[in-house]
Design a protein around this ligand. Structure first.
Ligand code: FES
Length: 161
Protein backbone atom coordinates (compact mmCIF):
# COMPACT_ATOMS: atom_id res chain seq x y z
CA UNK A 1 0.00 0.00 0.00
CA UNK A 2 1.14 3.55 -0.74
CA UNK A 3 2.18 4.75 2.74
CA UNK A 4 0.92 8.27 2.02
CA UNK A 5 -2.63 7.02 1.38
CA UNK A 6 -5.12 7.05 4.24
CA UNK A 7 -7.14 4.37 2.45
CA UNK A 8 -6.08 1.18 0.67
CA UNK A 9 -6.01 1.52 -3.13
CA UNK A 10 -8.52 -1.34 -3.53
CA UNK A 11 -10.98 0.38 -1.20
CA UNK A 12 -10.48 3.69 -2.98
CA UNK A 13 -11.31 2.11 -6.32
CA UNK A 14 -14.31 0.21 -4.91
CA UNK A 15 -15.62 3.48 -3.50
CA UNK A 16 -15.64 5.16 -6.91
CA UNK A 17 -15.96 2.47 -9.58
CA UNK A 18 -19.65 1.81 -10.19
CA UNK A 19 -21.13 -0.45 -12.87
CA UNK A 20 -21.49 1.41 -16.14
CA UNK A 21 -19.01 4.15 -15.24
CA UNK A 22 -16.22 4.96 -17.66
CA UNK A 23 -12.60 4.84 -16.62
CA UNK A 24 -12.40 8.61 -17.10
CA UNK A 25 -15.29 9.19 -14.70
CA UNK A 26 -13.65 6.99 -12.06
CA UNK A 27 -10.31 8.75 -12.49
CA UNK A 28 -12.01 12.13 -12.08
CA UNK A 29 -13.75 10.92 -8.92
CA UNK A 30 -10.49 9.68 -7.40
CA UNK A 31 -8.65 12.88 -8.29
CA UNK A 32 -11.51 14.99 -6.94
CA UNK A 33 -11.18 13.17 -3.62
CA UNK A 34 -7.38 13.05 -3.27
CA UNK A 35 -6.10 15.74 -5.62
CA UNK A 36 -4.30 13.09 -7.68
CA UNK A 37 -4.53 9.50 -8.92
CA UNK A 38 -2.09 7.41 -6.88
CA UNK A 39 -0.02 4.99 -9.01
CA UNK A 40 -1.04 2.23 -6.57
CA UNK A 41 -4.61 2.44 -7.92
CA UNK A 42 -3.64 1.36 -11.45
CA UNK A 43 -3.82 -2.40 -10.75
CA UNK A 44 -7.14 -2.28 -8.82
CA UNK A 45 -8.57 0.02 -11.48
CA UNK A 46 -7.56 -2.41 -14.21
CA UNK A 47 -9.27 -5.28 -12.36
CA UNK A 48 -12.41 -3.28 -11.64
CA UNK A 49 -12.74 -1.90 -15.17
CA UNK A 50 -11.71 -5.15 -16.91
CA UNK A 51 -8.79 -3.41 -18.62
CA UNK A 52 -5.06 -4.03 -18.73
CA UNK A 53 -2.79 -2.04 -16.44
CA UNK A 54 -1.16 -0.59 -19.56
CA UNK A 55 -4.55 0.73 -20.74
CA UNK A 56 -5.26 2.39 -17.38
CA UNK A 57 -1.75 3.85 -17.21
CA UNK A 58 -2.10 5.05 -20.81
CA UNK A 59 -5.27 6.99 -20.05
CA UNK A 60 -3.81 8.56 -16.89
CA UNK A 61 -0.69 9.72 -18.70
CA UNK A 62 -2.49 10.79 -21.91
CA UNK A 63 -4.64 13.42 -20.19
CA UNK A 64 -2.61 16.28 -18.79
CA UNK A 65 -5.38 16.90 -16.23
CA UNK A 66 -4.59 13.73 -14.30
CA UNK A 67 -1.70 13.87 -11.92
CA UNK A 68 0.05 10.99 -10.16
CA UNK A 69 1.65 13.00 -7.37
CA UNK A 70 -0.11 14.81 -4.54
CA UNK A 71 -0.27 18.55 -5.24
CA UNK A 72 1.66 21.03 -3.13
CA UNK A 73 -0.47 22.97 -0.61
CA UNK A 74 -0.26 26.06 -2.87
CA UNK A 75 -0.73 25.34 -6.56
CA UNK A 76 -0.41 28.17 -9.07
CA UNK A 77 -1.68 27.63 -12.61
CA UNK A 78 -0.56 30.51 -14.81
CA UNK A 79 -2.11 31.01 -18.25
CA UNK A 80 0.59 31.25 -20.89
CA UNK A 81 -1.65 31.36 -23.97
CA UNK A 82 -1.69 34.18 -26.54
CA UNK A 83 -3.94 36.79 -24.91
CA UNK A 84 -2.13 36.53 -21.60
CA UNK A 85 1.24 36.53 -23.35
CA UNK A 86 0.34 39.81 -25.03
CA UNK A 87 -0.39 41.27 -21.59
CA UNK A 88 2.90 40.30 -19.96
CA UNK A 89 2.40 36.80 -18.59
CA UNK A 90 6.01 35.82 -19.31
CA UNK A 91 7.37 38.68 -17.20
CA UNK A 92 4.86 37.68 -14.53
CA UNK A 93 6.08 34.07 -14.76
CA UNK A 94 9.65 35.24 -14.14
CA UNK A 95 8.48 37.22 -11.12
CA UNK A 96 6.56 34.23 -9.76
CA UNK A 97 9.56 31.93 -10.14
CA UNK A 98 11.84 34.45 -8.42
CA UNK A 99 9.31 35.04 -5.63
CA UNK A 100 8.64 31.35 -4.93
CA UNK A 101 12.01 29.82 -5.76
CA UNK A 102 10.16 27.23 -7.85
CA UNK A 103 10.14 26.58 -11.59
CA UNK A 104 7.10 26.22 -13.80
CA UNK A 105 6.20 22.68 -14.82
CA UNK A 106 8.99 21.08 -12.79
CA UNK A 107 8.35 18.10 -10.53
CA UNK A 108 7.93 19.55 -7.09
CA UNK A 109 9.69 18.18 -4.03
CA UNK A 110 7.43 15.94 -1.90
CA UNK A 111 7.20 18.52 0.91
CA UNK A 112 7.31 21.68 -1.21
CA UNK A 113 4.81 24.38 -0.27
CA UNK A 114 4.34 25.80 -3.77
CA UNK A 115 3.91 24.20 -7.17
CA UNK A 116 3.84 26.13 -10.48
CA UNK A 117 2.03 24.88 -13.56
CA UNK A 118 1.55 26.40 -17.02
CA UNK A 119 -1.96 26.22 -18.46
CA UNK A 120 -3.30 27.44 -21.76
CA UNK A 121 -6.36 29.68 -21.50
CA UNK A 122 -8.56 29.98 -18.44
CA UNK A 123 -11.38 31.66 -20.34
CA UNK A 124 -10.40 35.09 -18.98
CA UNK A 125 -8.65 36.44 -22.07
CA UNK A 126 -10.24 39.90 -21.76
CA UNK A 127 -8.93 40.11 -18.19
CA UNK A 128 -5.42 38.83 -18.79
CA UNK A 129 -2.99 37.94 -17.46
CA UNK A 130 -4.93 35.31 -15.54
CA UNK A 131 -4.03 32.57 -13.10
CA UNK A 132 -5.65 30.10 -10.74
CA UNK A 133 -4.35 29.65 -7.23
CA UNK A 134 -5.71 26.56 -5.47
CA UNK A 135 -8.66 26.58 -7.86
CA UNK A 136 -9.56 30.25 -7.43
CA UNK A 137 -9.38 32.40 -10.54
CA UNK A 138 -7.50 35.71 -10.45
CA UNK A 139 -7.50 38.17 -13.37
CA UNK A 140 -5.40 41.18 -14.39
CA UNK A 141 -2.63 39.84 -12.20
CA UNK A 142 0.37 42.08 -11.65
CA UNK A 143 3.52 41.09 -9.75
CA UNK A 144 2.30 43.16 -6.78
CA UNK A 145 -1.15 41.52 -6.90
CA UNK A 146 0.45 38.07 -7.14
CA UNK A 147 2.54 38.72 -4.02
CA UNK A 148 -0.60 39.62 -2.07
CA UNK A 149 -2.50 36.56 -3.35
CA UNK A 150 0.42 34.27 -2.51
CA UNK A 151 0.87 35.75 0.97
CA UNK A 152 -2.81 35.14 1.73
CA UNK A 153 -2.59 31.55 0.47
CA UNK A 154 0.57 30.85 2.47
CA UNK A 155 -1.13 32.22 5.57
CA UNK A 156 -4.03 29.78 5.02
CA UNK A 157 -1.57 26.90 4.64
CA UNK A 158 0.15 27.85 7.92
CA UNK A 159 -3.20 28.04 9.70
CA UNK A 160 -4.36 24.62 8.48
CA UNK A 161 -0.95 22.90 8.95
S1 FES B 1 -5.33 33.40 -23.02
FE1 FES B 1 -5.11 33.55 -20.87
S2 FES B 1 -7.13 33.37 -20.15
FE2 FES B 1 -7.32 33.08 -22.29
Amino acid sequence: MDDSLAVAPDQLVQRHARPGMSLLAVLHAIQDELGYVPPATVAPLARAMNLSRAEVHGVITYYHHFRTQAPAPVTVQLCRAEACRSMGTEALAQHIEARTGCRFDAEHEPHATVELESVYCLGQCALSPALMLNGTLHAKVTPHKFDAILAAAEKCVEVTA
